[in-house]
Ligand binder design. Structure first.
Ligand code: NAP
Length: 461
C-alpha cells in the first residue's frame, strides 16, 4: 500500500508551490553539501544512512532515517554513495521500484568500468528510473557557493519525465541543466570531471618544446658564442634579452600554426574534389585546438610587449645609450639623425602595435561570453579576416625589424640563421599559400566544394 502511494508520487506533476521531499542516500561530503543547498532552496530533505544518529555536520533541518524509511518519503532519491557500494541497494529494490534514482557518482580513472555507473545502477535496479546528474559539480563548490564558474549540470536518462523532475531541481538550485539525452551518454558525462585540459595538451607540449629549442638556440648564439669568440660575458641576457627574443618568435609561429591547418584542409579538399571525406585524424585534432594555440600565442605576444616596455629600465641599455653619448662628446661630433633608420624603427613598432591590437581582439572574441553574442559570420570575419591581417602585421613587424640584418654575414654565427629568420618560415609559407588560394581560379572551385559540389560524385542522380 505504502509502496503504491510512493510510486504514484514519483510521476505526479507538481501542482503547488510546495517543494517535494528529496531523499539523499549517504551522509558523506557530497550528500551533506547537496542537502544543504536543497534545504536553502526550499526542499525538505531526508537522508537515508547506515547510522540514524544525527551528527552536527548534517544540515539542521534534515531528517536522518534508515535507507528503506527514507526512500518511502520521497519520489526522488539521490545516491550520494560510491559505485562500489551500490550492491547494498539490491535488497531495497522493492521500495525503490518506480522511484527516480539520481546517480551522481564519478570514477577515479577514465573508462574505469565497462559500463557507466548510471547504467550499472539501472541494471541493478531495473524497476527504478535512473537519471545521471550533478557529477560535474563539486561538494566544495556547492558548500562554498562558488558555482559561478560552471553552472552547467549535465543530465541524462531514459525516462523523460524522471529527467524533467531532476532538471526542475537543478534549476531550483540556481544551476543550468543541459539535457545530454539517454543514459547512453552517462559514460561521457562521467569522463568529463576526469579530463585534464584535453584540448590544451598538444598546444602546451608543442609550445614547451619550441620554447626550449629557441631558448637554447639563443643561448648558444648570444651568450656562448660571444663568450668564446668575443670574450664578452653576456650571461645576463638569460633574464630579459633571450626571453624577449623567444616570446615574439613563439607568438608568430603559433599564430601561423593556427592558420596552417586551414590551408592544409583547403589543399586536401581541392585535391579530393569533395568535402565529404574525412580529414586525416592529425588534421582534425589540430583544427580542434586552434583556439588554444591562438591563446598561447597571445600570451607570448603579451609577454613580448611587457618585456619591450621594461627595456629602457635595464642597466645594459642605459649603459649603451650613455656610452654612445659620451663617445659623441669625446669626438666632439653629433651623429646626424638617420631618417631611414627612424622610418624603419617607427614602422616596425607601428606594425607590432597594430598586429598586437588585432591579436587581442582575436583573443577576446574567442571567449565564450563574447563569441556567444556574435553570429557565425561576424565570428568568422574576426577569426579569419582580422586573424590573417594580424598575421600579416606581425610577420611584417618581424621582417622590417630584421631588415638588412638578415642579409649581413654577421647574423650567421656558426653558420646558423638568427631566430627571427627561423620564425618567418611558417608564417611566410602560410601567407604565400593563402595568397595563392584567394586567386579566383582556385577560390571559386574551393567555395563550390565547400558548398557541397563534388568533382566525382559517388551517388549521381
Ligand atoms: P564520501 O564522503 O565517502 O561519502 C559516501 C557516503 O556513502 C558515506 O558517507 C556513507 O554514508 C555512504 N557509504 C559508505 N560506505 C557505504 C556502504 N558500504 N554502504 C552504504 N553506504 C555507504 O563520498 P562523497 O565525496 O560524498 O561522494 C559520494 C558520491 O558523490 C561519489 O560517488 C562521488 O563520486 C560523487 N561525487 C562527489 C563529489 C565531491 O565533490 N565529493 C563531486 C561529484 C560527485 P552513511 O554513513 O550516511 O551511510
Amino acid at each position: 500500500m505504502k509502496k503504491n502511494s510512493s510510486n504514484t508520487m514519483a510521476l505526479t506533476p507538481t501542482t503547488s508551490n510546495k517543494r517535494e521531499t528529496v531523499c539523499i542516500f549517504g551522509t558523506g561530503d557530497f550528500g551533506r553539501a547537496l542537502g544543504h543547498k536543497l534545504i536553502q532552496s526550499g526542499y525538505p530533505v531526508v537522508y537515508g544512512s547506515r547510522s540514524t544518529q544525527i551528527s552536527n555536520l548534517i544540515p539542521k533541518d534534515a531528517e536522518v532515517l534508515s535507507h528503506a524509511e527514507a526512500a518511502q518519503k520521497a519520489a526522488i532519491i539521490i545516491i550520494a554513495i560510491q559505485r562500489q557500494h551500490y550492491n547494498f541497494l539490491m535488497p531495497l529494490a522493492e521500495v525503490l521500484h518506480g522511484k527516480v534514482l539520481v546517480d551522481i557518482s564519478n570514477n577515479l580513472k577514465l573508462n574505469q568500468y565497462p559500463e557507466s555507473n548510471a547504467e550499472y545502477l539501472a541494471q541493478l535496479l531495473p524497476g527504478s528510473k535512473v537519471v545521471k546528474a550533478f557529477n560535474t559539480v563539486s561538494a566544495w563548490a556547492l558548500q562554498s557557493g562558488t558555482l559561478d564558474a560552471s553552472r552547467q549540470v549535465f543530465v541524462c536518462g531514459d525516462d523523460v519525465q524522471a529527467k524533467q523532475m531532476v532538471m526542475d531541481i537543478v534549476r531550483a538550485l540556481g544551476l543550468t541543466p543541459l539535457d545530454k539525452g539517454s543514459l547512453l551518454a552517462a559514460q561521457e558525462i562521467e569522463n568529463y570531471p576526469l579530463q585534464l585540459f584535453p584540448m590544451w595538451r598538444f598546444p602546451f607540449f608543442l609550445s614547451l618544446g619550441l620554447t626550449a629549442f629557441f631558448f637554447f638556440y639563443c643561448l648558444a648564439l648570444d651568450v656562448i658564442y660571444t663568450y668564446i669568440y668575443e670574450n664578452n660575458n653576456f650571461s645576463f641576457f638569460i633574464a630579459i634579452t633571450i626571453p624577449n627574443r623567444v616570446c615574439p618568435v613563439m607568438a608568430l609561429i603559433l599564430l601561423a600554426l593556427v592558420y596552417l591547418p586551414g590551408i592544409f584542409a583547403a589543399i586536401i579538399q581541392l585535391y579530393r574534389g569533395t568535402k565529404y571525406r574525412r580529414f586525416p585524424n592529425w588534421l582534425d585534432k589540430w583544427m580542434l585546438c586552434r583556439k588554444q594555440l591562438g591563446l598561447i600565442a597571445l600570451a607570448f605576444a603579451s609577454l613580448h610587449a611587457v618585456f619591450t616596455l621594461v627595456f629602457p629600465l635595464r642597466a645594459f641599455v642605459r649603459w649603451r645609450i650613455s656610452k654612445g653619448i659620451i663617445s659623441q662628446a669625446l669626438n666632439n661630433k653629433t651623429e646626424p639623425l638617420d631618417t631611414t633608420n627612424a622610418w624603419i624603427s617607427d614602422s616596425y613598432l607601428a606594425l607590432g602595435v597594430l598586429g598586437y591590437f588585432l591579436f587581442v581582439l582575436l583573443g577576446i572574441t574567442s571567449l565564450p561570453s563574447v563569441s556567444n553574442n556574435v553570429n557565425w559570420r561576424e565570428f568568422r570575419f574576426v577569426q579569419s579576416k582580422l586573424g590573417y591581417l594580424s598575421l600579416i602585421f606581425c610577420t611584417a613587424h618581424t621582417l622590417v625589424y630584421g631588415g638588412k640584418q638578415f642579409l649581413s654575414p654577421s647574423a650567421y654565427k656558426w653558420y646558423l640563421p638568427n631566430i627571427y629568420i627561423l620564425s618567418l618560415i611558417v608564417p611566410c609559407a602560410v601567407l604565400v599559400v593563402k595568397f595563392v588560394l584567394v586567386f579566383p581560379c582556385i577560390d571559386k572551385p574551393l567555395t563550390q566544394i565547400r558548398q557541397g559540389w563534388e568533382r566525382n560524385p559517388k551517388y549521381s542522380e
